[in-house]
Design a protein around this ligand. Structure first.
Ligand SMILES: Cc1cc2nc3c(=O)[nH]c(=O)nc-3n(C[C@H](O)[C@H](O)[C@H](O)COP(=O)(O)OP(=O)(O)OC[C@H]3O[C@@H](n4cnc5c(N)ncnc54)[C@H](O)[C@@H]3O)c2cc1C
Length: 377
């Protein structure tokens, strides 16, 4: 890690410790963190850090953005770090890489400051893994498009000010050739937020349904080209999947560190449980599992920075690191005994929050499908 990156890491760590951890449990109980936190992280310079300076960003690189992701995950604050990653690492990069100059000037500086919170709405009640099944439509009417449909499971659904909506613009061809992305301001008439969904984990993040009823947007709201939405989606997958993998490794490192402290303190049969052979072996296994995946994501980071991270390798990272995160959280919870099942102990949150990592951003099964294609090619 360069000196500059190390300094930044320390700043993010201190911010999480001072401004996030003290209120985190309350936000979990509220099932949403406050909207003002977006402005606070914006002021602190923690949003969209690798967006170029001419769009209000800091012109750093992917590694800086991943330091943020890692520090929130390591501190067991995924319900804030995850939504920030959707905003900074997904939505902002869709806009940067595929937006018109006008769209970039309009949205990016406000996304950097936290004034405009971004979301991306692909999933529908009837279409998740198979996005070709999207039923939301955008029909041309004069110079405008009229969007109708509904979405579900949308991260930042309650707080977002702009949502990138995946909609069918041509029903006569397969979805991959007839889908378009639209940037919709949430003040547009006909847009309605649904419920903030009740989840088993990541309670402090807002995940919602969204409804679009005759939502009229100008043609200038199209992101990328008409009917080429899949090109945009595919182009950004490597970054999204690698970011999830990196978060998974950092979360596993965090829960291991906490468990090391616990097993040294907790006594059974007159001695710390750290002295039991089972504990030693479990800790050895967990540490080895993490180390292997840390090496892999570091390699993937280098490949990504060099523009050489292919789809299969990014999928390998996503599936293997998130599955490892689940294994590690489960083992660490077991070593906490009954206390591990209590919300008061961080390990219980690490365990439930880890579960969704194998589902969103492409399920483990879909990752294996993609990897198998390159293996069997
Ligand atoms: C907390 C949370 C946040 C989310 N945030 C967002 C967001 O911001 N934006 C957004 O658009 N979406 C979001 N999602 C949705 C998420 O991306 C989807 O849930 C995910 O892609 C899976 O889709 P699905 O739920 O419809 O499951 P399905 O696609 O119905 O899958 C059900 C099961 O079938 C398996 N399966 C499906 N197809 C295959 C196949 N070809 N081969 C083998 N197995 C298969 C799956 O792996 C899974 O086990 C979020 C979800 C959650 C839970």
């Amino acid at each position: 890690m360069s000196e500059e990156l190390e300094l930044f890491r320390e700043n993010v760590r201190r911010f999480v410790e001072a401004e996030v951890i003290p209120d985190y449990e309350q936000w979990e109980k509220d099932e949403i963190f406050p909207r003002e936190l977006w402005n606070k992280v914006g002021e602190q310079g923690l949003l969209c850090v690798d967006i170029p300076e001419n769009y209000g960003g800091f012109g750093t690189d992917f590694l800086f953005s991943m330091v943020i992701q890692e520090q929130f995950a390591r501190a067991n604050c995924g319900a804030v770090g995850g939504p920030m990653a959707v905003h900074s690492d997904i939505v902002a990069h869709y806009v940067l890489n595929h937006g018109s100059e006008e769209q970039k000037q309009h949205y990016l500086p406000r996304m950097v400051s936290g004034e405009c919170v971004g979301a991306v709405a692909m999933t529908e009640p009837g279409a998740g893994s198979d996005l070709q099944g999207v039923r939301t439509t955008a029909k041309k009417d004069g110079e405008e498009y009229v969007i109708n449909g509904s979405k579900t499971f949308i991260t930042n659904g309650q707080h977002c000010d702009m949502v990138i909506v995946v909609a069918r613009t041509n029903m006569d061809v397969p979805g991959s050739r007839g889908t378009t992305l639209f940037m919709v301001d949430t003040t547009t008439p006909g847009f309605q937020r649904g419920r903030n969904l009740e989840k088993i984990g990541l309670h402090a993040s807002d995940t919602s349904e969204m409804f679009f009823e005759d939502v009229r947007v100008p043609a200038s709201a199209i992101l990328g080209e008409l009917d080429k939405g899949f090109v945009v989606l595919m182009g950004e997958l490597q970054r999204e999947r690698l970011a999830l993998a990196i978060g998974g490794v950092a979360a596993a490192e965090g829960v291991l560190a906490e468990t090391v402290e616990y097993v040294k303190e907790r006594k059974a049969f007159g001695a710390p449980i750290a002295e039991l052979q089972n504990t030693k072996f479990k800790m050895a296994e967990v540490a080895t599992d993490i180390r292997i995946h840390r090496s892999f994501v570091e390699e993937c980071k280098r490949l990504f920075m060099a523009g050489e991270l292919d789809a299969a390798t990014a999928s390998m990272a996503k599936v293997s690191c998130t599955e490892m995160q689940g294994r590690v959280a489960d083992t660490c919870l077991q070593l906490h005994g009954g206390y591990g099942f209590m919300r008061e102990y961080g390990v219980s949150r690490a365990y439930v929050d880890a579960r969704v990592q194998r589902i969103y951003g492409g399920t483990s099964e879909i990752m294996k499908e993609l990897i198998s294609r390159s293996v069997l090619a």
